[in-house]
Design a protein around this ligand. Structure first.
Ligand SMILES: NC(=O)c1ccc[n+]([C@@H]2O[C@H](COP(=O)([O-])OP(=O)(O)OC[C@H]3O[C@@H](n4cnc5c(N)ncnc54)[C@H](O)[C@@H]3O)[C@@H](O)[C@H]2O)c1
Length: 347
């Protein structure tokens, strides 16, 4: 399922084969794909996840196949004892665990802050004490806020407009400070709207492509908040995985740098909606419009110059290819012949 060109696997394998890594949030959407890639590259993996926004189903399947190389700690990044176990022996730590949604952060800002900021600080401490060489932190382009200027460049002044964005930005600063104070190598990858197979579609907090696909496959009209003219740099999950693999293994002395990770192209929600409706075979369905939501930004697009220069990142899967793969996966999950909508979702 993961679409990384073979040449990348060949290049990355020597950097990861036989090495232990820790992945926080590895039961989640992006983390699960990173686990898959690192397993293919020959790493041994410890995942810590409290399953607050995921299930252990995907990991359980991997543990069945590779019991020696996949270890799962069902625990929180707020729990120091669990963290000690999670980072033990890991040269690299990929930090993805977070309360990962803007609406959820608006409903419960303290929870977002505690997990995303205090949790990150505890993880950084555990990694440092265990002698890890690098933390690759999953940051968010939401840090840029509403600024009009496009594309977003890492030197732009951050202006978070939601508790989620504020917490993700604060954790970037932890990465910077732990590099400066303790010499721990760190890097923050600011993702721009990641999508792909296994992204949950059954929660009010789900990401837009997942929600559109689910509704359309049920023959219902999805909701677009606002006029649909808002644009996003939708980025297929393989690109985010590649960025992690490159950042985790770069020979550069990374010390808290912030790096945009996107596809480097943007699309408005109405055009995206039509593409998905056609692929779902319901081109006649029109979206329902509702007022814009608090905390949503109007336009977003990544400048990838720093990603190219610093870690050699280049998006390898374009939007249309990623969309086709994603819709095919949702069809398999949600089509009536699969046992009814939702019957096999979130496996
Ligand atoms: N998906 C995107 O478009 C996107 C964009 C920008 C940044 N990010 C960041 O990337 C990371 C992964 O995002 P995702 O889309 O895979 O989200 P996700 O919610 O699927 O994954 C996050 C995982 O963290 C786990 N988790 C939550 N609180 C925890 C805790 N206290 N201890 C241990 N585990 C905990 C959840 O159970 C979940 O499995 C997050 O840090 C998110 O903020 C994602």
């Amino acid at each position: 399922m993961l679409r990384l060109p073979q040449e990348w696997f060949a290049r990355l394998r020597p950097r990861y084969e036989g090495k232990r890594v820790c992945i926080t949030g590895g039961a989640g959407f992006i983390g699960g794909h990173l686990v898959d890639a690192l397993l293919s590259l020959g790493s041994s993996i410890t995942v810590i996840d409290d399953l607050s926004n995921s299930t252990a189903a995907h990991l359980a399947g991997l543990i069945d196949i590779e019991p020696e190389r996949v270890r799962f700690i069902h625990g929180s990044i707020l729990d120091d004892a669990a963290l000690v176990q999670a980072v033990e022996g890991a040269e690299r730590v990929f930090h993805l665990a977070a309360v990962s949604s803007v609406p959820r952060s608006i409903a419960d800002p303290e929870r977002s802050y505690t997990v995303n900021v205090t949790g990150t600080m505890r993880l950084a401490e555990a990694a440092r004490r265990a002698g890890a060489r690098r933390i690759v932190y999953s940051a968010s382009s939401s840090a840029y806020g509403q600024g009009e200027r496009l594309p977003k460049v890492e030197t732009d002044t951050p202006a978070p407009v939601s508790p989620y964005a504020a917490s993700k930005l604060a954790a970037e600063h932890i990465m910077l400070a732990w590099a400066a104070s303790y010499g721990l190598s760190t890097v923050s990858l600011r993702y721009f709207n990641i999508f792909g197979p296994r992204q949950p579609a059954d929660s009010p907090y789900s990401a837009v492509i997942a929600v559109f696909a689910r509704k359309l496959l049920e023959g219902k009209a999805p909701i677009i908040f606002g006029d649909g003219g808002q644009t996003r740099d939708f980025t297929y999950v393989s690109n985010a995985v590649l960025a992690n693999l490159l950042a985790g293994s770069s020979e550069r002395a990374l010390a808290g740098e912030v790096v945009n990770i996107g596809a480097g192209a943007r699309i408005d929600l109405l055009t995206l909606f039509r593409k998905i409706a056609e692929q779902c075979g319901v081109g006649h369905i029109q979206p329902e419009h509702q007022p814009s939501r608090a905390g949503d930004v109007r336009h977003s697009l990544a400048d990838l110059s720093r990603a190219r220069e610093l870690i050699g990142y280049e998006p390898v899967v374009a939007l249309d290819v990623g969309l086709a793969e994603t819709i095919a996966w949702y069809k398999e999950q949600w089509a009536p012949e699969a046992g009814g909508a939702g019957a096999r979702a979130r496996r």
